[in-house]
Each structure stands twice: as C-alpha cells, then as structure tokens.
Ligand binder design. Structure first.
Ligand code: G16
Ligand code: MG
Length: 219
C-alpha cells in the first residue's frame, strides 16, 4: 500500500522556475551572453552549482572557483529578491485541494527539493507545516537524478520506496524517483516525462484515488 507522497517543490507546488530563469538570465547578460527559456529546461531540478557550470559552458566561459562562487551568490541574491514577493497566491492549481485529500486519508507527505531555499519558499506560501518531512538542498550531498533526496524522504516518513509516490516536473526528478524504486507521477508533458508511471498537466487533473491505484508501468 502507498504510505507516503513525496513532492518536488519547483514546478509541482509552486512555479519558481521562472524566477530561477530570470535570475540566471540576468547573470548571463552581465557576462555578455544570453540564455533562452528553452535552454532553461535542462536546468530544472539541477543544483545551483551544476546549473552555473552548464550556463558558463553555454557562454563559452571558463572561470576560477572563486569567481564562480561569487556568481552563484549573486544569482541567489537576485533570485531571493523575486522570491521575497511570493505569497500563497503563487501555489500552483490543485495543490491545496490535493493536500486536503492526502491529509484526510492519513498519508504522510515529504518535500524532496534540491533547493537550499526550499524552507524559505514554503514559509512565503504558507505551507511549511504541510509536510511531515522536508528534505532540501541543505540535507543532501547528491542532486537529482540521484535518488538520495527521495530515499531520505521515504526514510523520514518511515515508508519503504515501493510505498512511495513521487510528484515531479523534471526529467532528472522522475529519473531519481524510478532509480529509487518508487512510483512517479509526472507534472507536465508525457512526451518529455517518458519514464513517469502517469503524467498529468497539474495536480488539479488528479484525484488521490487515482494515485492510490497506480501500478508501475516502468521499473
Ligand atoms: C530547484 C530548481 C533548480 C534549482 C535548484 C537549486 O530544484 O528546479 O532550477 O537550480 O532547485 O535551487 P537553489 O539555488 O535555490 O538552491 P527542485 O528540486 O525544487 O525542482
Ligand atoms: Mg521541479
């Protein structure tokens, strides 16, 4: 039986991807090049330092570790300026209603995000108390697609991997869930999230009953 539901943050609970994109773009522009929204897709669910490396390679730049640390800090400052304007109105469609169903059914919930700002964001949208466990970038040593973030969520909610369902919008996140031996619900496009056991446009398109009767389509 399903005991715990593990949620990604960015793109599942709240749309912070646009803020990450705006902050990274501002940084790229300051270095003399640009990034597109399409390019930004590959950064979803990828850690801050790895994202920076991908962007610098795209701009054809090789920089010292010191300079890179400076740029990562600057990007985060710009990102936090945008996050500071967030309110509960930024919660994605269907999330609040879905969580009401989950709580009523007595299931455990965990957050599984590689972001070091996850707690701050949950606080801004008023959802800090909605999770039984919060696994974020401060608690993991390996980012998605490594399953660490979700395996820790399972452990903290005292569920076995095959008793967990992961909700993810990123290819790297679906891969992390499947490598961890969990069921994965993709939020987005079926053509993109090919490894997911089910894909929906948003949590508004899904009932808890559908999730609880899910069978693995991939291993
Ligand atoms: C999120 C975003 C990524 C971001 C990462 C690190 O992951 O999807 O784009 O680079 O967090 O965030 P921060 O710079 O705040 O530590 P997730 O796992 O919530 O999708
Ligand atoms: Mg995400």
């Amino acid at each position: 039986p399903i005991k715990a539901l593990l949620f990604d943050l960015d793109g599942v609970i709240v749309d912070t991807a646009i803020f990450h994109y705006q902050a990274w773009r501002r940084m790229a522009n300051s270095l003399g090049f640009d990034i597109t929204e399409e390019f930004n897709e590959q950064l979803k669910g990828i850690s801050r330092t790895e994202s920076l490396d991908i962007i610098l390679a795209h701009g054809g730049l090789v920089l010292s570790d010191e300079k890179k640390a400076e740029l990562a800090a600057q990007k985060n400052e710009w990102y936090l300026e945008l996050v500071s304007q967030m309110t509960p109105a930024n919660i994605l469609p269907g999330v609040t209603d879905f969580f009401a169903q989950v709580k009523a059914a007595g299931l455990k919930t965990a957050l599984g995000s590689v972001s070091k700002n996850a707690r701050l964001i949950l606080e801004r949208i008023g959802m800090l108390d909605d999770f039984d466990a919060i696994i974020d970038g401060t608690k993991i040593s390996r980012g998605k697609p490594d399953p660490e973030v979700f395996l820790k969520g399972a452990a903290e909610t005292k569920a076995q991997p095959d008793e967990c369902v992961v909700f993810e919008d990123a290819v790297a996140g679906i891969e992390a869930a499947k490598r961890g031996g969990m069921l994965a619900v993709g939020i987005g496009e079926p053509a993109v999230l090919t490894w997911a056991d089910l894909v929906v446009g948003s949590l508004a398109d899904l009932t808890l009953d559908e999730v609880l009767t899910l069978a693995p389509t991939h291993r």
